[in-house]
Design a protein around this ligand. Structure first.
Ligand SMILES: NC(=O)c1ccc[n+]([C@@H]2O[C@H](COP(=O)([O-])OP(=O)(O)OC[C@H]3O[C@@H](n4cnc5c(N)ncnc54)[C@H](OP(=O)(O)O)[C@@H]3O)[C@@H](O)[C@H]2O)c1
Length: 336
């Protein structure tokens, strides 16, 4: 045995999902520390981001893909403490932030080296852990799939969410105009402070009318939608001719009765994607492209995760309860 400056214990206490249910089913459980396989790194986790899909997983609606850990947690930040066979991108001791298919709510977590980025100087572990899932989701769906260009107008539903706050900053940084929807005056204010040109309180205003008013009747070129349900038809109304709509979730119903004539009359494009189920190579390509485009903006302080609150790992249940209350603005993080 060679001695290492980063000794790794055999076992750890992670947060597991005891059974599908409310936040209280998130319980500490002793587990073996995972071993990194070929191309993988073992990260000593300092912080893990909480995402809405974790809540869906906890309720039993979003099972981990085959081969992924059953421990929740899709993004982490920490220190590389072991490298699997052929993993050469990072050295022991490097600070990384990484996308993982599960296992983040734990003191140690394995990530594929191609799904990790170096933590830019000046970023805390909590801030770094708040980045991967939102950055890669927004990068892929807004820029790669949605094709957002400078001068176009993006409508982001859920502007104050973890995803939304990243979308606002990136769209502005790349020269687009941004309209958001959010559920309170406070959330609308937070979105405007981040750079949103127009914020629509969807509980009091009709986002279709407001979007038309803000675009001289033309409608928006791109919509990032996480709501679905009756928003699907209303998105078709709010979109410009040749407008694009990218679906990333259904917080409302995934089913709707829709008048599809608008697709023909406006020549709309409606697509969508989900990150977790993508292949290792697909994710690596997204991570590489997003890293090249956005790490310099993060390092320059032009893009920053919006931090709502950090909870200790042992209080993961409270973190989920906060997310489900929808009182938060930006990212909720667990400190490990
Ligand atoms: N496809 C993918 O690859 C992928 C990856 C990551 C996340 N996601 C999805 O992206 C969404 C955001 O994730 P997150 O982690 O950032 O969660 P989050 O912070 O909890 O965001 C959810 C947001 O939805 C908003 N919302 C709910 N109903 C709305 C409505 N009718 N109109 C407008 N906004 C509404 C909430 O705002 P109010 O309180 O203002 O209503 C809240 O800001 C989730 O649905 C998640 O599942 C998808």
């Amino acid at each position: 045995m060679t001695s290492t400056p980063y000794p790794v214990p055999a076992r750890m206490t992670a947060i597991a999902i005891r059974a599908p249910g409310g936040p209280e089913v998130l319980v500490p459980e002793e587990r073996p520390v995972p071993a990194p396989g070929p191309g993988e790194i073992l990260v000593k986790v300092e912080a893990a981001g909480v995402n809405r899909p974790d809540v869906a997983q906890r309720k039993g609606h979003y099972p981990p893909p085959p081969g992924a850990p059953d421990i929740p947690g899709l993004e982490i930040a920490g220190t590389v403490v072991a490298c699997g066979e052929g993993a050469t991108r990072f050295a022991l001791g490097d600070r990384v932030m990484a996308l993982v298919a599960g296992g983040g709510y734990a003191p140690y977590c394995v990530a594929h080296e191609s799904h990790a980025l170096p933590v830019p100087d000046g970023l805390s572990a909590a801030e770094a852990a708040a980045i991967p899932e939102t950055l890669f989701t927004v990068w892929h769906n807004v820029f790669e799939r949605g094709g957002l260009k400078a001068g176009e107008t993006l409508l982001v539903h859920g502007g104050s969410s973890g995803i939304g706050t990243m979308a606002i900053q990136l769209a502005k940084a790349f020269g687009a105009r941004v309209i958001v929807t959010a559920g309170s005056a406070e959330k609308c204010d937070a979105c405007r402070k981040l750079g949103a040109d127009v914020a629509v309180n969807y509980r009091e205003q009709d986002f279709v009318a407001e979007t038309k008013a803000a675009t001289n009747g033309a409608g928006v070129t791109l919509i990032l939608d996480m709501v679905g349900g009756d928003y699907i038809e209303r998105n078709y109304e709010a979109a410009a001719v040749e407008g694009r709509i990218v679906q990333i979730a259904f917080q409302g119903s995934p089913k709707a009765t829709v008048d599809f004539r608008r697709i023909m009359l406006k020549r709309l494009h409606h697509t969508g994607s989900t990150l977790r189920a993508r292949s290792t190579a697909d994710k690596a390509a997204i991570v590489r492209a997003a890293g090249e485009a956005v790490l310099p903006l993060i390092a320059a302080g032009r893009v920053r995760p919006v931090m709502d609150r950090t909870f200790p790992l042992a209080e993961a249940a409270a973190a989920h309860a906060r997310m489900e209350s929808s009182a938060h603005i930006g990212k909720i993080v667990l400190a490990v």
